[in-house]
Ligand binder design. Structure first.
Ligand code: MLT
Length: 258
């Protein structure tokens, strides 16, 4: 887990995407830490979190988030940002215990669970990681999620992300695949989200395209939808300057002491 910023400042929690870890949020931690208390947990199985036996459910990842909040937020409602898998965790956490949150940012994510093709692809992923290790899986994942333009604008980024993924345990990454299969459908819940919500999507996101984010935002009463031009599925990493500009504008609007 990464923590930065003044203890007494309002809290922003950053929930990373699969199969990364809290290190993916470094550009946001650096941008926010002078004014916000920033907490970026590692989801179970990756980074500095517990590996356990590698058998995780989405409910367990939500329990883990609540344990982090119990330990750090002193009952102050937090603003939470979730990218992709982080968004799955956040939507379910919000459904279970809405009073813990005062604002929500959903990035490159969806409320629908995996369909049949998605479930079968997860099973192939688990088998492949067991048989071949993490490197080929990580290579193909990055090929599928990064925008073509990102490779041109940020030539070293793909290798950097490959290294970051390979810091994680193959058992932990497989466990997260299983957790994502076990997630429930939070679509009906979207209309009951009662806090100001920002929905952000990379305009070149092929996994959770802008139409998905626009649909999510359309169901949430107090929401704003923003496309990050040129970014793929990992919008916070691929276009950090624009992502941070949009995020800071939203945070400024809902900051409790303003
Ligand atoms: C992520 O970026 O967290 C994953 O691609 C989400 C998923 O595989 O559903």
């Amino acid at each position: 887990m990464r923590e930065a910023g003044p203890d007494a400042a309002p809290i922003v929690v950053l929930l990373h995407g699969f199969p990364l870890n809290s290190a993916m949020w470094m550009p946001q931690i650096e941008a926010l830490q002078s004014e916000w208390r920033v907490i970026a947990p590692d989801a179970r199985g990756v980074g500095s979190s517990d590996l356990g036996q590698g058998q995780y459910t989405m409910e367990l990842l939500v329990d883990d988030l609540f344990a982090v909040l119990d330990g750090t937020s002193e009952d102050r409602p937090v603003v939470a940002v979730g990218l992709s898998m982080g968004g799955y965790i956040l939507l379910r956490a919000l459904e279970r215990e809405p009073d813990r949150f005062r604002g929500v940012v959903l990035c490159d994510t969806r409320s629908a669970p995996d369909g049949n093709a998605g479930k079968l692809a997860r099973a192939v992923g688990v088998r492949r990681i067991r048989e071949e290790g993490l490197a080929p899986f990580a290579h193909d994942f990055l090929g599928a999620v990064l925008a073509p333009d990102t490779g041109v604008r940020r030539p070293g980024l793909r290798q950097e992300l490959q290294r970051l993924i390979l810091e994680n345990s193959p058992v932990g990454v497989s466990g997260q695949l299983l957790a994502m299969v076990s997630r429930t459908d939070t679509t009906d819940f979207l209309s009951r989200i009662g806090v100001p919500t920002l929905v952000m999507v990379g305009s070149a996101d092929r996994l959770t395209p802008p139409a998905v984010g626009r649909e999510i935002a359309g169901r949430i009463p107090n929401s704003v939808f923003v496309e990050i031009a040129g970014a793929g599925h990992l919008s916070s990493i691929e276009s950090p300057v624009e992502f941070n500009r949009v995020l800071r504008k939203y945070l400024e609007r809902i900051r409790p002491d303003h």
